[in-house]
Design a protein around this ligand. Structure first.
Ligand code: DAH
Length: 344
């Protein structure tokens, strides 16, 4: 074969193979094959020994030019491959801004907490202070100072968890009344609400829990009247159950109030006409209240000749159950998120 032809063939062959190269690795292998020491150009140069001395320089030049040409093709191809890699990376790493984002699940306040805060807000707006007391309470504050001496039969109404003879888990939030009045050594007027956990020996079931939540209210000054109590409770009932609600007071008995009342709200389901919710009475019991018993005022250092006041105590779970038609009090404690999320 003519050397010229051989050169053309080497070039064509290199071009053809280069066209088929797809990856960087194939490229490098081919480059070593074609332009490396054992490649066709080396072979071409060594075959020049068969030429005459006059022919050699011209052919040498042709071979070197051809090699430079092929090298240029390889450089082009290398750039092409690099560009291709960049394009592939760009495509792979592209962000689709139209994809829906990851949703962040927000927590929310527990229903019991929500009701407490709703009531707190209402009363803070009327000038009350929020007060808290210990859940482990002394018998003296939980009962005696509230006009329930040791032998009092009404103690049976609140079956208690005693820790020692004198120490128990408080059975109601009423001892916070006592603590607040005792703290107030100057006998200034008191206007407080006291939310918190209370404990009674009950077997847990659909409607009972050994631990539940109460909110206590207490107003003591020189003028607080029974009408003030009634007006205050009406505001509370409207806040919780709707603007159209009415309240009804029925005589009752609590050792710490005299007179004592049980408070009903007009049925928010039937508007008072009578339905299954209110057992056809039109009314639903929501809390206990009364005028602070003189014995309680006196025990806490408030002279009953100068001071009077009213108090009330409401069960928060009961409010939740009534307001949202919850059929099992235990749903409020087991923290099943599917339940809790309903009250966001
Ligand atoms: N302490 C009572 C209870 O747990 C509730 C109560 C009733 C509180 C009347 C009061 C009140 O302050 O005046 O059953």
């Amino acid at each position: 074969m003519q050397l010229n032809q051989r050169i053309e063939q080497v070039k064509m062959d290199a071009k053809e193979r280069l066209n088929h190269v797809k990856t960087l690795q194939e490229f490098q292998e081919l480059k070593a094959d074609v332009l490396g020491k054992k490649g066709p150009f080396t072979e071409l140069l060594s075959s020049m020994k068969d030429l005459s001395a006059q022919e050699r320089p011209a052919f040498g030049q042709v071979i070197n030019q051809s090699k430079a040409e092929v090298l240029a093709w390889f450089e082009d191809k290398s750039q092409q491959l690099e560009q291709q890699l960049v394009n592939e990376a760009l495509q792979k790493e592209a962000i689709d801004v139209t994809l829906p984002g990851k949703t962040i699940r927000y927590g929310s306040r527990h229903l019991i907490r929500q009701i407490i805060e709703e009531v707190e807000d209402l009363f803070i707006g009327m000038g009350y202070e929020v007060k808290e007391g210990p859940e482990v309470e002394i018998d003296h504050y939980n009962f005696e100072m509230l006009n329930l001496p040791k032998s009092h039969p009404a103690r049976d109404m609140q079956d208690s968890f005693y820790i020692t003879e004198e120490l128990l888990l408080r059975t109601h939030t009423s001892p916070v009344q006592v603590r607040t009045m005792l703290e107030n050594t100057l006998q200034q007027p008191v206007r407080i609400i006291c939310p918190g956990k209370v404990y009674r020996r009950d077997d847990d079931d659909q409607t009972h829990s050994h631990q539940f939540t109460q909110i206590e209210g207490l107003v003591v000054d020189s003028t607080a009247t029974f009408s003030d109590l009634k007006g205050t409770l009406l505001v509370l009932a409207k806040q919780l159950f709707g603007e159209e609600r009415q309240i009804r007071l029925r005589p009752s008995y609590f050792p710490f109030t005299e007179p004592s009342v049980e408070v009903d709200v007009s049925c928010y389901k039937c508007g008072g006409m009578g339905c299954s919710m209110c057992k056809q009475t039109g009314w639903i019991e929501i809390l206990g209240a009364g005028m602070v018993n003189n014995n309680v005022l006196a025990a806490a250092g408030y002279d009953p000749q100068k001071f009077q006041g009213f108090a009330f105590g409401v069960g928060v779970e009961r409010l939740a159950i009534l307001k949202y038609g919850i059929d099992d009090i235990r749903n409020l404690y087991t923290n099943d998120l599917r339940f809790n999320r309903q009250f966001k």
